[in-house]
Design a protein around this ligand. Structure first.
Ligand code: FPP
Length: 257
């Protein structure tokens, strides 16, 4: 991908990516679509439309880097509070995305997965998601994990209810509820050893988690970038991962060597 000169100037003197040490699981809070559009005097949904193109670019870039899991926060349990027309548009995006992009995903050996309360999505959206899950189920490369109608507190409530039912039925001793046991009840359980993202990137300069992967983020590094999501690209991803690599992860210990 050719970088524009503005980006080359911005990246001068920034850390470089070591391709031998790319994180296995990268999660992204794709923020700033609305502001990107408004700054161009466009309707907010134009930002979401452009954001979808960014999803395509970043998916291929992440797959090319050898990332194992790319989780993208596409729609939160709180996003239903937005105006009806915007919610409707956001619900159409997975349909448009999968209708046009599944062949590219298969060509790059990318497997689609989803986490969230997808049963509450409109039928057309659910069908598109199911079609993508089916079409890519034999792909063995990167997992593209969409958080769709996902909320971390909702995830934790559901896990707790399931565990409490087992205890109430006498099938589980409270002492058997370990961290590993709880992880198995989370929506990331199917990601196995890659369930926890090493790095969470948020675009648009906002610095908060917004109900995203609260359990899984216990030891994640956070990288906040100023670009709005529609401006983010493969170079931005590499730059964010280089920042991640420059951190010293200690996991509560004293050093990471
Ligand atoms: C946050 O920006 C973005 C969203 C709530 C939607 C994210 C969705 C996409 C990027 C497209 C998803 C694509 C697929 C394939 C599902 P915002 O609207 O909150 O921006 P703002 O903070 O500037 O208003």
């Amino acid at each position: 991908m050719k970088m524009d000169s503005q980006k080359q100037v911005e990246l001068a003197g920034q850390p470089h990516l070591d391709r031998q040490r790319v994180p296995h699981h990268v999660a992204i809070i794709m923020d700033g679509n609305g502001r990107w559009a408004q700054s161009r005097h466009l309707p907010r949904v134009a930002g979401h439309q452009q954001g979808m193109q960014t999803v395509k670019k970043v998916t291929i870039a992440a797959s090319d880097l050898g990332i194992k899991v790319l989780t993208l926060y596409a729609f939160s349990t709180e996003n239903w509070k937005r105006p009806t027309a915007e919610v409707k548009f956001l619900m159409q995006l997975p349909i448009r995305f999968f209708n046009t992009f599944v062949p590219d995903l298969v060509a790059h050996n990318v497997r689609v997965m989803v986490m969230g309360d997808t049963a509450k999505l409109p039928d057309g959206t659910q069908n598109a998601v199911q079609g993508a899950l089916d079409a890519t189920k034999n792909c063995t490369g990167m997992i593209l994990n969409f958080a769709l109608n996902y909320g971390s507190r909702d995830e934790i409530v559901r896990a707790t209810q399931k565990i409490a039912k087992q205890v109430a039925a006498g099938a589980l001793a409270p002492e058997a509820i370990t961290e590993e046991f709880i992880s198995q009840e989370m929506m990331t359980a199917s990601l196995g050893q890659f369930a926890d993202p090493e790095v969470i990137i948020r675009t648009s300069g906002e610095e908060r988690l917004s109900n995203f992967m609260l359990w899984q983020a216990a030891y994640s590094e956070f990288v906040f970038v100023d670009e709005h999501w529609p401006d983010f690209d493969g170079e931005s991803l590499k730059q964010a991962l280089a920042v991640f690599q420059s951190r010293h992860r200690r996991f509560g210990g004293l050093k990471n060597k």
